[in-house]
Design a protein around this ligand. Structure first.
Ligand code: NDP
Length: 278
């Protein structure tokens, strides 16, 4: 069976996903959120990222409604909370997520961040979930190099398929060591908050490059993330129009001059930077 890395590199699935944090929190916005996710799927996007944490399962319920009748075209990712990530707790959390999502399997199940339980215990549960065909693959989130080394050192740790981390123009620390580590191990870097939750969009350099390409600042920020090999940004939008805008960033090619300007404005790390989180 092909791994997440193979699927991305063989272009079996598009290297951009749909984030869902905060979805489901407001009743009056739910229809729009479901439409936004469905529109993303209509445009050929497969990856949907959610978590049991988001709205205590409310985001998973929204995703469940959005993917109804089209499960086969979705690459579904959810996450277990560290406080649930002992052996039995992980199994139960996954079953709960499956019922909220109205499906019988996840494509990828992640440990949201490191908690009090050993990696080995969580990984044993992940492997059991694979045996039970409740998940197809597993990975982690918010892990720096030292934690990744520990994970890969556990039995079955080599099956870790992704590490979902904060990565955008303003948060480039992982380029120093974590990203090269992932690449070497064929672990996909999922980039969360790829437009820094909207906060970088007023940046003048970003805006001037956007103007030159006649696109939006968000699209340039996403095109920059996408210009890196083995990285999958998962922007969140509750608007079908902005989802479409984000998906179209796949078509934007930044030129040498754009990249130079962005490097000046948002410098690459020159030393180890501890992994940042949101
Ligand atoms: P993003 O960087 O994706 O930004 C989302 C914000 O930007 C929303 O307010 C959205 O508003 C707005 N936005 C989206 N597209 C556009 C656009 N084209 N133009 C202008 N504004 C836009 O931040 P997130 O923190 O949501 O990260 C993305 C996803 O990553 C999350 O939803 C979640 O799935 C995951 N995540 C994982 C974490 C982890 O610990 N593993 C931590 C944080 C996020 P609107 O919806 O109104 O369009």
């Amino acid at each position: 069976m092909s791994t997440f890395y193979d699927k991305i590199h063989d272009k079996e699935i598009a290297p951009i996903g749909l984030g869902t944090w905060n979805m489901g929190d407001e009743l009056r916005k739910q229809d729009e959120e479901i439409q936004a996710l469905r529109h993303g799927l209509d445009l050929g996007i497969s990856i949907i990222d959610t978590a049991e944490m988001y709205g205590n399962g409310r985001s998973e319920k929204i995703v469940g409604q959005a993917i109804k009748g089209r499960r086969d075209s979705v690459y579904l990712v959810s996450k277990v909370l560290p406080s649930n990530a002992n052996f039995d707790g992980t199994i139960r959390a996954c079953e709960r997520s499956l019922s909220f999502l109205q499906t019988d399997y996840l494509d990828l199940y992640l440990l949201h961040w490191q908690g009090q339980y050993s990696f080995q215990e969580t990984i044993d549960a992940m492997e059991e979930l694979k045996n039970q065909q409740k998940i197809k693959a597993w990975g982690v989130s918010n892990m720096d190099v030292a934690e990744m080394e520990e994970i890969l050192g556990t039995s079955s740790g080599r099956f870790c398929e992704t590490n979902q981390v904060l990565y955008n123009l303003r948060r480039r620390g992982i380029e120093y060591d974590l990203k090269p580590f992932h690449d070497q191990q064929k672990i996909v870097t999922m980039a969360y908050s790829p437009i820094e939750q909207g906060r970088i969009l007023t940046n003048k350099t970003l805006q001037s490059i956007a103007e030159k390409h006649q696109v939006s600042a968000a699209q340039i920020a996403l095109a920059w993330v996408l210009s890196h090999q083995n990285v999958v940004p998962i922007p969140k939008s509750a608007s079908a129009k902005r989802v479409e805008e984000n998906v179209h960033s796949l078509k934007i090619q930044l030129d040498h001059e754009d990249v130079e300007k962005l490097n000046l404005e948002f410098p690459a790390p020159t030393r180890k930077v501890s992994l940042e989180m949101i």
